[in-house]
Design a protein. Structure first.
Length: 215
C-alpha cells in the first residue's frame, strides 16, 4: 500500500509574479470527472493527441461567507515527461503511447501543479459554491492546503505534496491573488488510474477539486 508523505511547511519564494493565465473553457471542474483537457492539446487524427509539459486542469470559483467575497481559481498540471506521451484512439480502443509508439504503463513519477486563487484571477465558473470562512479573505487564500487522490478501482490513495511554495508576493504581504506551486511524487501509478487534485482550507475542509485522467 502506498504511503502518503508528511505535510511540508509553506516556503515563501519571492520572484516576479507570472501573468494570469488567459481565460479557457472549464474542462475539469467540481464533480465532473473527465479526461485530460483537450483544449491544451495538439490534435492530429493520424498521430494521436500529444500531451504538453503544461496543461490547464480548468477553473472554479467560490463565495466566502459571511464576507460575500468571490475567489476564482485556476489549476495547471506541469510535467516535462508529458511531452513524450500521446493518446491514440477513443473509448475502448484508447491507448497511451510514447512518441515512438511504445505503450506507456504508468504516469510520470513526478507531477507539478500551479494553482492560482484570488479576486483578480480570471473567472470561469458562473455558479460558484458557497464556503463558510471565519477569517478574512487574504488569510483564507494564503493558508490553503493541497493533496492528490489516486483512484485505482474503488481504492483511493492520498498523496501529500513533497514540496509546496508560494510564488510572487510573499505570504506576509496582503494581496488580492496567491500563486502556489506544488510537487507530488507518484509511486508507480498505472495510466488507467484517475487522479484528483484537491484544494482544502486551513481546517482540512475541501473547497475545490480538479481531475486528471489519461484513459
Amino acid at each position: 500500500m502506498w504511503q502518503s508523505g508528511p505535510m511540508f511547511p509553506l516556503t515563501p519564494v519571492q520572484v516576479k509574479s507570472a501573468p494570469v493565465l488567459p481565460q479557457v473553457v472549464v474542462l475539469l471542474a467540481l464533480a465532473i470527472p473527465i479526461g485530460v483537457p483537450t483544449g491544451a492539446l495538439a490534435q492530429n487524427p493520424d498521430d494521436g493527441t500529444q500531451l504538453h509539459a503544461a496543461m490547464p486542469l480548468g477553473g472554479d470559483s467560490i463565495i466566502l461567507q459571511p464576507a460575500k467575497r468571490r475567489l476564482n481559481m485556476l489549476a495547471t498540471v506541469e510535467c516535462k515527461d508529458f511531452e513524450n506521451i500521446k493518446l491514440v484512439g477513443t473509448g475502448g480502443t484508447k491507448k497511451v503511447l510514447d512518441t515512438d509508439g511504445n505503450p506507456v504503463k504508468q504516469y510520470p513519477p513526478e507531477l507539478g501543479v500551479r494553482f492560482t486563487v484570488g479576486s483578480r484571477t480570471v473567472s470561469q465558473e458562473p455558479t460558484p459554491n458557497t464556503v463558510e470562512a471565519t477569517t478574512d479573505v487574504d488569510h483564507f487564500q494564503s493558508n490553503l492546503q493541497f493533496r492528490l487522490k489516486v483512484f485505482h478501482g474503488i481504492h483511493a490513495t492520498v498523496l501529500e505534496p513533497t514540496e509546496m511554495k508560494m510564488i510572487g508576493i510573499p505570504a506576509d504581504i496582503p494581496a488580492d491573488e496567491r500563486i502556489y506551486h506544488l510537487t507530488f511524487k507518484l509511486p508507480d501509478v498505472p495510466v488507467e488510474d484517475r487522479i484528483m487534485f484537491e484544494v482544502l482550507d486551513e481546517n482540512g475542509t475541501r473547497v475545490a477539486k480538479f481531475h486528471l485522467q489519461l484513459m
